[in-house]
Every structure is written in C-alpha cells, then in structure tokens.
Ligand binder design. Sequence first.
Ligand code: ADP
Ligand code: ASP
Ligand code: MG
Length: 241
Amino acid sequence: MGIIVQKFGGSSVADTEKLLLVCEHIIKEYKKNNKVVVVVSAQGKTTDRLISEEKEVTSSPSTREHDVLLSVGEQITISKLAMLLNRLGYNAISYTGWQVPIKTDDIYGNANIIDINTEKILKQLSNNNIVIVAGFQGITKNGDITTLGRGGSDTTAVALAAYLEADKLYIYTDVDGVYSDDPHNNTNAIKYKTISYDKMLEMAKNGAKVLHSKCVEMAKKYNIPITVKSTFVENEGTIVK
Ligand code: ADP
Ligand code: ASP
Ligand code: MG
C-alpha cells in the first residue's frame, strides 16, 4: 500500500476501448489498497491535429495562445477517464495542470515545472478517490497556461511522483520497455531489463521518444525509478534507475 503514479501516453488512451483497458490497470492498483494518481496524455494524434488546426488560423501564433490551444487535448482525456471510472463504480476526480496547480516558468511551449501544490491531490487520495491529472501542462505565476514540450506528460508524471513522494511510478506506453533502438524500426533491438538514468538520458536526447528527456533528468535528480511498461502486453518492462 502506498502512493502509485501511473502515466498513460497518447496511444494508450486513443479511444474508449483503450481507455477501458487503462481503467483496468488503474483498478488493479486501487484494489491493492494503493492511493492511485494517474497522468494522461491527449488521445492519439490529438495534439498533432491541434497544431494543424492552429496553422489554418495563423502561421505566427502568440506563444501564450499556442499553449492555451495545445493544452486542450489532455483535458478531454482526463474527463473521459474519470467518467469511465465513475461508470465502473469507482470514485475518480480529474484535474487540469492549473487546477492542481502545477506551477511552471513562463517558457511557453517548453515550460519547466518549478513547484506542485499537492494539497488537493492528497486530500482526494485520503478520501479514497482516484486522482486523474492532465499531463503536459501547467500554469505560470501570472496565471497563464503553459505546456512542457512535446512528450511532456512523462515529465508531469515524474514531477508528481517526486512531490507526492510516491512509492512507485509506472509509465505505460505502446512498447513493452526501453530497447537498444526503436523496436518499431529495428526488429533486432534488444530490450533492457534495467537502464541507468544517464544512458536513458543520452538515448532520449538522441531522439528515443519513449521517455521525454526532461523527465529522465528529473527522475535522476529526485532518484525516482521509472518502470516503463506496455499498456497492451503483460510483462515486466524496463526499470530506469
Ligand atoms: P506515449 O504516447 O506512450 O508517450 P511515445 O510515442 O511518446 O509514447 O513513445 C513510445 C514510442 O517510442 C514507441 O512506440 C517507439 O516507437 C518509440 N521509441 C523510440 N526509441 C525507442 C527505444 N529505444 N525503446 C523503446 N521505444 C522507443
Ligand atoms: N500530448 C502531448 C504531445 O503529443 C504530450 C504527451 O503526449 O506527452 O506531445
Ligand atoms: Mg511520449
């Protein structure tokens, strides 16, 4: 029993059927008497679609408005996931980044988390509610919405695990762990059982999008092991530590 943070990426939450599978992973942890905090990304290609729609409007958006638009995707996912959990008979509540609040600097489009107020989340957990938090977004001290850079939901998950002093952090995705190369491009890639923060950081910086590089930096700073697992296949995954 303890605080568990589970993060599910875009392909894991792409449609209602997949969201129901995500619910199963959440309920499994909740039934073990864990306090469960869930971080989710926008569904499927939603963020890419928002960027295309933005291009229809302007080729030079204000960076502030760009983040207001891009943050929308995750808000859809958190509400749907909370509704599904409610429908299945579980108490769940969703929070956007600014409702938590997850405070960031004002580097729009690539903001850095500088503080998280955990009060609301801890109160909900103590009432046995499952807490669903929107990844990829935060709020500046002036009350403006920010986003954390593409793939940034991973960083939200690590930051929450750090500020909540979580016992476990799982990043669920569409591959069953971290490989020596992108397993979708290289069938000879080998899966790691464990990988060091530094090696993972090097891979992330070289484009291995399985983990956001800022999330690896933060995990290293706070010494938080990350278990990367598949949403769709039941096996051990990779521990980044
Ligand atoms: P999510 O939507 O769950 O955040 P991402 O698409 O951001 O998932 O990251 C998962 C993808 O990362 C995989 O589908 C895979 O193609 C890619 N990837 C690139 N390099 C690696 C690697 N070394 N190990 C595992 N996956 C990798
Ligand atoms: N939805 C955002 C993106 O597509 C954040 C994330 O998926 O982690 O980049
Ligand atoms: Mg990702």
